[in-house]
Design a protein around this ligand. Structure first.
Ligand code: PEP
Ligand code: MG
Length: 587
């Protein structure tokens, strides 16, 4: 067989590193239906299983219909009538049962065969109404097959051997549920640099390239791919010469990383002695080892929502307490900023049964969700306060856009503390309370917020999204998403100034803090702390240790006059190049 030709596709670099391995193409729409031969004695059982799957699907659809009817009215719910009618279609039922009996095929494969013919016949007809019905049939098909295959359907979408995961898109819950030991890297059609898949890949230390547009359809499971997360490209079916080239590149990258790790024991201070706290963002509790390994001085952002979306039910207070306590104890007295649930946007827990929103990023997200689901909020706060007895905990509220939200959240914290004290739990009564500054309105009123809280953490990922009106996960407009946009620098300055005036701690925990080009600017602004993906810590430390605070302030003054990102980046790039050899290995 002739070798498949090598080709390269360029996308957006989402997480650094290079990896070579077989592709596993995950297409959520394409269900993997196994074909097996059924034993003659088991044929009737298999037909019964098919009928059971039909009635399970009907039950699901009726519940769905009732839910939609109660929330959106009967008109909307009626769309499910067509689905329910398909389930009662005699031809489908009889033909599938006949294929099971006559061909001794397993029910899922038999049903797939029959429904496949139905879909093909409708798709060929030039009629808009019938074309629409294909979507209903496809939907019912997926539901029945899922029910026939049982809970393992998801497993069929996971690679069985270490592979590069290729997908049209990956939701945060998809990514959070993946077994990391078999995922070598991520490649997706959609997504931008600060989409949650990109952030997760960075914190897991896996190379990733996103925004490749129509890539899923150009690669097959088993094709060898090279993911170059540094350059933002993917090479499919590489020739032996290309593989050798990249193997050398991998070795060079590894040497560089090892060299950077020698900085672990040294402080993050500039050549003229200004020191910064360099801590880590944590998406999952098992990343805490990596924080310690890379010399993190604390956890600057613990995104608790991943723990919620990576499972099938709402975690109890006890379960949460165990997880928070474990992280706090592992950090041995170093600060751990636990962010309360930032669910919503693209981070959805299926068990919460939320109805879809038209603009989820501007919707029922973060603190807005928690203040309406006080039960969930209070349970989480109880677990966090209980964990505070085991180390240094700080609590942070996400998505703040009105001062009332902070006042209310503080009141609820006070209620929780009183309850726990009454129940004789041990806790730190003075856990500092802070907010994410990640909406333009929070920046505009930063002076008021600074009077109400103990610290700020600037979430540039969302702040840029909301200020520039650029969806952070949309690859089409990813070029408009820039850390060093002049308007963003102004907002950062306002926030830091407000924090300085009230002498409260200010950190940056958005991805901008881990972007080498942005580091001298954040130094110049005089933030107190950088919180970045664990494996970015050494590189950020190297930069901090190679510059002076004074020259970064001068650089900031220079770039503050520019009107375009390009001018700002060019100036910083030249500055960093001139300081590249200033690194120190001594204290
Ligand atoms: C941010 O918005 O910058 C941030 C750190 O929060 P998240 O990425 O979880 O939205
Ligand atoms: Mg955010």
């Amino acid at each position: 067989m002739a070798a498949k030709p090598e080709f390269e596709r360029r996308g957006i670099s989402a997480a650094p590193g290079i990896v070579i391995g077989p592709a596993f193409v995950r297409d959520a729409e394409r269900l993997h239906v196994p074909r097996t031969l059924v034993d003659a004695t088991a044929v009737e059982g298999e037909v019964a299983r098919f009928l059971q799957a039909l009635s399970d699907t009907a039950r699901e659809l009726r519940a769905f219909k009732a839910d939609i009817a109660s929330r959106m009215g009967d008109d909307h719910a009626r769309i499910f009538d067509a689905h329910l009618m398909i389930l009662e279609d005699r031809m489908l039922i009889d033909e599938t049962s006949a294929v099971v009996r006559n061909e001794r095929l397993n029910a899922a494969a038999a049903f797939e065969k029959v429904i496949g013919k139905v879909i093909a016949s409708i798709a060929g007809i030039e009629d808009e109404y019938l074309k629409e019905r294909t979507i209903d049939v496809q939907d019912v098909r997926k539901r029945i097959i899922r029910n026939l295959l049982g809970k393992d359907t998801r497993a069929a979408h996971r690679p069985g051997e270490p592979s590069v995961l290729v997908a049209h898109d990956l939701s945060p819950s998809d990514t959070a549920q993946l077994d990391r030991s078999i995922v070598l890297g991520y490649v997706t059609d959609l997504g931008g640099r600060t989409s949650h898949t990109a952030i997760l890949a960075r914190s897991q230390g896996l190379p990733a390239v996103v925004g490749l547009e129509n890539f899923v359809n150009r690669v097959e499971t088993g094709d060898i791919v090279i993911v170059d997360g540094n350059a933002g490209s993917v090479i499919v079916n590489p020739t032996p010469t290309t593989i050798e080239q990249y193997e050398n590149e991998i070795a060079r990258f590894r040497d560089l990383e090892e060299q950077l790790l020698t900085l672990t024991g040294y402080p993050a201070h500039t050549l003229d002695g200004r020191s910064f706290t360099l801590s880590a963002n944590l998406d999952s509790p098992d990343e805490v080892d990596s924080v310690i390994e890379h010399g993190g001085q604390g956890v600057g952002l613990f995104r608790t929502e991943y723990f919620f979306i990576s499972q099938e039910y709402l975690p109890s207070e006890e379960e949460q307490y165990k997880v928070y306590r474990q992280v706090v104890e592992r950090m041995e007295g170093k600060p751990v900023v636990i962010r309360t649930l930032d669910i919503g946007g693209d981070k959805i827990a299926s068990y919460l049964n939320r109805s879809p929103e038209l603009n989820p990023f501007m919707g029922w997200r973060g603190i807005r969700f928690c203040l309406t689901r006080k039960d969930i909020f209070k349970t989480q706060l109880r677990a966090i306060y209980r964990a505070s007895a085991h180390g240094q905990v700080k609590i942070m509220f996400p998505m703040i856009s009105q001062i009332e939200e902070v006042l209310r959240a503080k009141e609820i914290c006070a209620e929780v503390r009183e309850d726990l004290k009454r129940e004789r739990y041990k806790l730190d009564e003075n856990v500092p309370l802070g907010i994410m500054v990640e909406t333009p309105s929070a920046v505009a009123l930063a002076d008021h917020y600074a009077r109400e809280v103990d610290f700020f953490s600037i979430g540039t990922n969302d702040l840029i999204q909301y200020t520039m009106a650029v969806d952070r996960g949309n690859s089409k407009i990813a070029h408009l998403y820039q850390h060093l946009q002049p308007s963003i620098l102004r907002l950062l300055r306002l926030t830091v100034e407000a924090a300085r005036k009230r002498k409260i701690h200010v950190s940056v925990c958005g991805e901008m803090a881990g972007d080498p080009l942005s580091v001298p600017i954040l130094i110049g602004l005089g933030i107190d702390e950088f919180s970045v993906s664990p494996n970015m810590i050494p590189e950020i430390k190297r930069i901090i240790r190679s510059v002076t605070f004074d020259e970064c302030r001068a650089l900031l003054r220079r770039v503050a006059r520019f009107r375009t990102t390009n001018e700002i980046e060019t100036e910083i790039d030249a500055f960093l190049k001139s300081r590249a050899h200033n690194g120190r290995n001594g204290p």
